[in-house]
Write a protein that binds this ligand. Sequence first.
Ligand code: COA
Length: 171
Amino acid sequence: VGIRFQTAETADFPAIIALMNAAFRGAKGWSLETSYIDGQRTNESLLSEEIGNGAIYLLVKDDQVLQACVSVKALSPHKWYLGALTVSPALQKAGLGRQILEAAEAYVAQRGARTIEITVLNVREALIAWYDRRGYRRTGAKRPFPYGDARFGKPTRDDLEFFVFERNLGQ
Ligand SMILES: CC(C)(COP(=O)(O)OP(=O)(O)OC[C@H]1O[C@@H](n2cnc3c(N)ncnc32)[C@H](O)[C@@H]1OP(=O)(O)O)[C@@H](O)C(=O)NCCC(=O)NCCS
């Protein structure tokens, strides 16, 4: 089954926010963040800021209902950032996440990407293993967690940071 992406419009924001908050910070899912961050994963302000900075939110809908999303952003002509990969908790573990990641990789490759960068919270071992199985390797670089910016939720530990991973397309 091919993935058909739609680009997000402002009218999609409430559904994207609900989907991401449920998948990252809700009650059901194999890769929740709730043991180290309370509260929301994103909101209108953050989404508008990201899109204003060049991020493209790609949506997968079934009969108008949002099932999954992923964001991509060109960092340079050949290097793109991928983030916000989310599958509705009810639909997880059926291969949709893998298919959406592959479709997003194809989307950016078609637009010139040779390398994809992602960032994953240092403590998310199962998710890091999942990305490793998809070819994403740690670069050694780290990025700070935005402590103090409540739009990202309320961390319950003080040692969170992001690890940077890259995948070279075509390998
Ligand atoms: C990460 C996410 C997008 C994956 O979507 P998905 O549709 O569940 O993914 P798939 O069905 O393709 O893959 C499920 C994988 O989880 C693994 N898995 C299932 N249960 C697991 C568990 N309890 N612990 C660890 N891995 C598990 C499966 O083995 C499978 O991996 P494999 O295909 O390499 O064998 C989805 O879980 C999600 O939305 N998570 C919350 C948001 C998030 O954290 N996004 C990533 C941001 S960096």
